[in-house]
Design a protein around this ligand. Structure first.
Ligand SMILES: *Cc1c(COP(=O)(O)O)cnc(C)c1O
Length: 931
């Protein structure tokens, strides 16, 4: 490969490709690489430093049993975890069906007609709901967001942090006293059901009162409780949000977990996150696709409804399959058992003369024990049980699917020995007076669709999972050469530790002495990432790149405010930026000013100067992606950074493309004040079909005080939290930790060099067929290349989309389509693909070029060509007479594809416009899929 592109060695290539001005001088000072066996041994040692316990802290996180059939065949199955976000729906029907099941489940349980799939965590979902009500409320356009005092504290903190940036009022109210305590205009009300104390209340009165005042209403609701409690939609709520964690997803020390959001009819166009819809393919068969929001990130930019891109697809899939496996009756049985345990506990403690904070628990009992709360919690801890310390005077106990009577007896004993009474457990069926209020008991059916009734044996479940994953193309079958998204190897050894109980069963609010190993691992990873990026401090809290952007911009905002710079609110963003950049800037309360891109793909220096001059004293920041989204290293990036610094602004470097920099250049040293990284790109966390993600934010020293704080204990201040738990998606951090340890500094550097080599090799191999749009010095690209199809399109009518769909017939996932430049394909092969796979891709692209030429030379009409009619299903080549202008052979075995290993897409090309016009966002009746 080096010979072909004319370079002597990997380092010679890197010296040519990467501008001198930004090269780092020292090799990365990381520990020497370890073998897989050594890394696993170190992880075992760290795991041992954590203490597992019976987790009854609750507060939004509950232990759960992940059915082994789901753990092994989703969470630990590369066919699911290595898949990409389903932007190419024809090769994503399996995961789209799983996500549609998630939506249907949420819609049924919440009684609201439209649900997304999915959001990042419950706290950020509450914040999204507040922003949603501010957008969607047509009656009251400006006013406060009122919040139930029973809200989870971490949700309130994240909401308040967001409100501060955007300048709206958040006020907590005791809803038992009605809303008259607040006189001003109210845009929205956020309720929590059950409340943080565990209380279940009839909320219909306060919902009506809010609506009479023109407010919209959100209920943050526990999904399991909704099997017993009437749906918020039927009680008048406009929005429901919450976490799907306890549907089979381990505690993971705080994440990753899928959050959900459901809304009323007519509100779908303002909904954040992804929405799976049903459309038709070119043969008229029903087919799933992402509806509406697919466009949000890339086109609507600062007008986007939110900045969410990567969400928690894999975890939403686990939760949906948990519901499919248990079915409605099974879920209800689990909920009844949990509720029975809570009532048994309430009756036992009540019988002992203790005062309960409420007498209507679903799963959580809160007991008033003036001044003795800490002692009770300590006594339970001695018995291996974690309870919730609710201030100095109360203790919360949350039951879950794993709770047993023996555990309950132990809890009662802990109270008894601390407070001095005779412990006695009252059985659930003898526990009177703690039933759910009549008015809220669920009367309505849910999950009536056949999918929730058909896969109830393990045999059927296993086959359903296999059937769906077989419909998809993931990294376990083909390279996914997605520019900007870096789909690289997720090594099995890196994945192994995540489901070990010492990592997976730890509650995010467990006492510090039980999480020593976790915190050592996290601190070590943050330190390694600081070393790699050249920054001083890193926080791994943000749950995705978009959240890292928000955290970074909030840090910049706080920094300016602390300096008395209250006027700085302009965020400069190049025209080529990823859509999340502009959306995040808006969420951080900034105004977006777009900077033009020059002919060569770099930032237009004249336009930058003009924009700076036009906004004296106002520039808060510039957000640049490096290398730029055009796939080239801009040699003048230091000048751009200097120009912004001189005017008093800060430099945000979007580090999603760090795969082109690790070991070669450090954004913290060549001008950045802050960056986010995408651990689900550069650092090997698998993409999960659209999440989990981790978007650490890295800063220089002066911004360190503004890194996100702990939402559970935050009481205002400049360290605005962006996620519900301190360490965000901690559960998947062992993956990146292991990657860095396996590679060492030299290995990471070689990986970057190899990624450069692969991109330049593909670019050069394809140059006479598809010109690369932008190149830097010496005609080289960075780690990706944009193939320009616009001239071919002009000549032949064949579009980049046609090429993307035709690649499916060759068994490939398409490169990034139409971003950052319309009419192009952006290819990022990464260091993980060997020469054989690169050649297979190059051959496919050359064969496609021949087909384009045939159209251009009028040998075949575009509409009759295999390009426009791609992808080809098995059905399309066997049904009826074959009367096409090309052979069946060419249709399904094009080029030199093998005959043995054929991927057939389950559906043909999907009609996107039809899907957006006729939104169907829940599982269609089964008959639609007959024949
Ligand atoms: C992927 C990406 C993002 C967004 O990251 P998410 O994790 O999807 O939120 C931002 N910027 C760039 C350049 C990216 O490639």
């Amino acid at each position: 490969m080096l010979d072909y592109i004319g370079h002597e060695s990997l380092s010679a290539l890197a010296d040519k490709a990467v501008p001198k001005a930004i090269r780092q001088e020292q090799p990365l000072a990381l520990a020497d690489p370890l073998t897989e066996a050594e890394v696993l041994a170190e992880l075992r040692a760290l795991a041992k430093k954590n203490t597992t316990a019976v987790q009854m802290i609750g507060q939004g996180y509950y232990d759960t049993i992940t059915p082994p059939v789901l753990r092994r065949n989703i969470l630990e199955d590369p066919a699911w975890y290595t898949a990409y976000t389903p932007y190419q729906p024809e090769i994503s029907q399996g995961r789209l069906e799983a996500l549609l099941n998630f939506q249907t489940m949420v819609q049924d349980l919440t009684g609201l007609p439209i649900a997304n799939a999915s959001l990042l965590d419950e706290a950020s979902a509450v914040a999204e709901a507040a922003l949603f009500m501010r957008r969607a409320n047509k009656k009251v356009k400006e006013g406060a967001i009122l919040v139930d005092e029973e809200i989870l504290p971490q949700s309130l903190a994240v909401l308040e942090g967001r409100a501060e940036g955007l300048g709206f009022e958040v006020k907590t109210v005791n809803v038992a006293h009605g809303l008259s305590q607040f006189e001003g205009p109210v845009v929205g009300l956020v309720l929590q059901q059950p409340g943080v104390s565990g209380v279940v209340r009839d909320l219909s009165g306060v919902i009506k009162e809010a609506k009479d005042r023109g407010a919209m209403v959100t209920v943050a609701a526990d999904l399991l409780s909704l099997t017993l409690i009437e749906a918020p939609g039927l009680q008048g709520a406009d929005v429901a949000v919450g976490s799907a964690q306890r549907f089979g997803v381990p505690l993971f020390f705080g994440g990753p977990h899928a959050a959900y959001m459901a809304v009323g009819k007519g509100l779908e166009r303002s909904l954040p996150g992804r929405l799976v819809g049903v459309s038709k393919d070119d043969a008229g068969q029903p087919a799933y696709r992402l509806a509406l929001q697919t466009r949000e990130q890339h086109i609507r930019r600062e007008k986007a409804t939110s900045n969410i891109c990567t969400a928690q697809a894999l975890l939403a899939i686990v939760a949906s399959m948990y519901a499919v496996y248990h079915g409605p009756a099974g879920l209800k049985r689990i909920a009844q058992r949990v509720n029975g345990h809570a009532r048994s506990l309430a009756a036992s403690l009540d019988a002992a003369g203790l005062e309960l904070v409420h007498d209507a628990p679903f799963d959580t009992v809160t007991v008033s024990v003036p001044r003795r709360a800490a002692d009770v919690v300590a006594a339970a801890k001695e018995r291996g049980i974690n309870l919730r310390l609710a201030g100095t005077d109360a203790v919360g106990i949350s039951c879950d699917e794993t709770t047993t009577e023996a555990v309950l007896a132990d809890v009662v004993a802990a109270f008894a020995e601390t407070l001095g009474f005779e412990a006695q457990l009252v059985a659930a069926d003898a526990a009177e007076g703690f039933e759910l209020p009549e008015a809220v008991r669920r009367e309505t059916d849910f999950m009536t669709h056949p999918v929730f009734h058909q896969h109830r044996s393990e045999t059927q479940m296993l086959r359903y999972l296999r059937k769906l994953s077989d419909r998809d193309l993931a990294l376990d079958r083909t390279m996914i050469p997605l520019g900007s998204c870096t789909m690289k190897l997720n090594a099995t050894a890196e994945m192994e530790a995540i489901s070990w109980p010492e990592f997976a069963t730890i509650h995010p609010f467990a006492p510090d002495d039980q999480t020593v190993g976790w915190r050592e691992l996290i601190a070590g990873l943050e330190e390694d990432l600081a070393t790699i990026t050249g920054y001083d401090r890193v926080s791994i809290q943000p749950n995705a790149g978009s959240q890292g952007e928000l955290a970074g911009l909030l840090a910049i905002r706080s920094y300016h405010l602390a300096n008395g710079d209250t006027e700085r609110d302009v965020c400069l963003i190049p025209a080529s930026a990823h859509g999340t950049n502009a959306a995040s800037a808006v969420l951080a309360g900034m105004r977006v000013v777009v900077v033009a891109t020059a002919q060569d793909g770099t930032i237009d220096a004249d336009d930058l100067a003009a924009k700076i001059e036009a906004n004296p004293g106002k520039i808060a920041a510039i957000m640049i992606t490096y290398p730029s989204t055009h796939g080239v290293y801009d040699g003048d990036v230091r000048d751009v950074c200097d120009a912004v610094h001189e005017t008093g602004g800060q430099v945000y470097i979007d580090g999603a493309n760090l795969n082109a920099l690790v070991g070669l250049a450090q954004p913290g040293r060549f001008g950045g004040d802050v960056s986010h990284l995408n651990l689900h790109k550069t650092f090997c966390i698998p993409h999960g079909g659209g999440g989990p993600g981790v978007g650490p934010v890295a800063v220089r020293e002066h911004l360190a005080p503004y890194l996100p704080g702990d939402a559970n204990t935050w009481r205002g201040g400049r360290d605005v939290p962006v996620a519900a738990s301190r360490f965000g998606s901690a559960g998947v951090l062992p993956i990146s930790w292991a990657y860095v340890k396996l590679m060492g500094g030299a290995g990471l550097t070689k990986a970057t060099q190899s990624a450069l080599l692969a991109a330049n090799y593909v670019s050069r191999r394809l140059s006479e067929h598809y010109p690369t749009l932008y190149t830097g010095e010496g005609g080289l690209v960075a780690h990706e290349c944009i193939l320009d199809l616009r001239e071919l399109t002009a000549k032949s009518g064949v579009t980049a989309e046609d090429v993307a769909k035709r690649l499916i017939d060759f068994g490939f996932h398409a490169p990034t389509l139409a971003f950052p430049v319309a009419g192009t394909l952006m290819v990022e092969p990464t260091e993980s693909e060997d020469l054989g796979e690169l050649e297979r891709f190059v051959d496919a692209m050359i064969a496609i070029r021949e087909e384009i030429d045939a159209v251009a030379h009028n040998e075949i009409a575009l509409d009759a060509s295999p390009l426009r009619l791609a992808p080809h299903t098995a059905r399309s080549v066997v049904e009826g007479e074959w009367d096409r202008a090309y052979s069946r052979e060419q249709a399904v075995f094009p080029g030199s594809t093998t005959r043995q290993d054929k991927y057939f897409p389950p559906v043909g090309r999907i009609d996107g416009a039809n899907g957006d016009r006729n939104l169907v966002c829940s599982c269609p009746p089964i008959e639609d899929f007959e024949n």
